[in-house]
Write a protein that binds this ligand. Structure first.
Ligand SMILES: Nc1nc2c(ncn2[C@@H]2O[C@H](COP(=O)(O)OP(=O)(O)OP(=O)(O)O)[C@@H](O)[C@H]2O)c(=O)[nH]1
Ligand SMILES: [Mg+2]
Length: 250
């Protein structure tokens, strides 16, 4: 297994260095994707990349394209570098990087699978986000006809690169913004990629910057769910047959 981290960055130039530092001990390359940031953030990101030239590969997008586009560019770069598994992590430092080791070990044991985080929130987490998530994950169980995915929204997960790119190629449309993590995960699950869930602590620092805009992004995510519901209906015979096969095996 040949692994690297991919960190998409938008407006988080001030926290990316501490995220990079928390990952150094794992000794894997790190791809940082500058997703069309403004001057201040860009300068910060470049400084970090120059500080760790042996570890960081910087991918720069001229225009902001959204987290989904940033991740795809990062994964394409990883594929060029001969990487087989990509560990996605947010640049705002919300995810507990100490858990990365457990995820990597799981991925080594199950290289065919996605190792996907599910959040253990600290008390300061906004209630509307936590409750919204419970509702959203109920929908995920519905569209995948399984409870394999414990959380579809978290950006802390390991993807097998080949399967990611294959599903990307086969899909007519994948959300490039806040629905991207949900969209690709469900589609990979439909495609037959196993999903293993592992917990990870998620914090909400008081001065943290969030790109999440409640109305705009909730509407966007609702659109993603609507498309996934249609996709599920179209795949119903396949999903039902798979479910029956699985229950017969037990
Ligand atoms: N939202 C957003 N994030 C981007 C974009 N491009 C890259 N990112 C990165 O994607 C990650 C997630 O963005 P956040 O703004 O933290 O969104 P979130 O974690 O879903 O929302 P919070 O729970 O409120 O923090 C961060 O590493 C961002 O820097 C973009 O265009 N929009
Ligand atoms: Mg965040």
């Amino acid at each position: 297994m040949n692994l690297c981290f991919v960190i998409p960055v938008y407006r988080h130039g001030s926290t990316v260095e501490s995220v990079v530092q928390s990952l150094l001990k794992y000794n894997y390359p790190i791809i940082v994707v500058d997703d069309g940031n403004d001057e201040i953030n860009r300068v910060r990101i470049n400084e970090v990349a120059e500080k760790y030239p042996d570890v960081i590969t910087l991918v720069t997008r001229a225009k902001n394209g959204g987290k989904g586009k940033a991740m795809t560019d990062g994964i394409l770069k990883a594929s060029e570098m001969g990487i087989t598994h990509v560990f996605q992590i947010d640049s705002d430092g919300q995810h507990d990087a100490e858990r990365a080791g457990v995820f990597i070990e799981k991925s080594k044991k199950h290289p065919e699978a996605i190792i996907c985080g599910f959040p253990e929130y600290e008390r300061s987490a906004p209630k509307n986000r936590v409750n919204g998530r419970k509702f959203a994950n109920g929908w995920i169980h519905f569209v995948t006809m399984s409870k394999d995915i414990k959380d579809a929204m978290i950006g802390f997960r390991i993807y097998p690169v080949e399967q990611y790119l294959r599903v990307l190629k086969k899909s007519l449309y994948i959300d490039s913004r806040m629905g991207c993590d949900i969209d690709i995960l469900v589609r990979m699950h439909w495609f037959g990629v196993p999903v293993i869930s592992e917990s990870v602590k998620v914090s909400y620092p008081k001065d943290g910057i969030s790109n999440y805009r409640y109305v705009r992004d909730t509407l966007r995510i609702s659109g993603t769910y609507a498309r996934l519901c249609i996709g599920m209906i179209l795949r119903l015979p396949h999903l039902v047959a798979r479910k029956i096969k699985k229950s017969l095996k037990r």
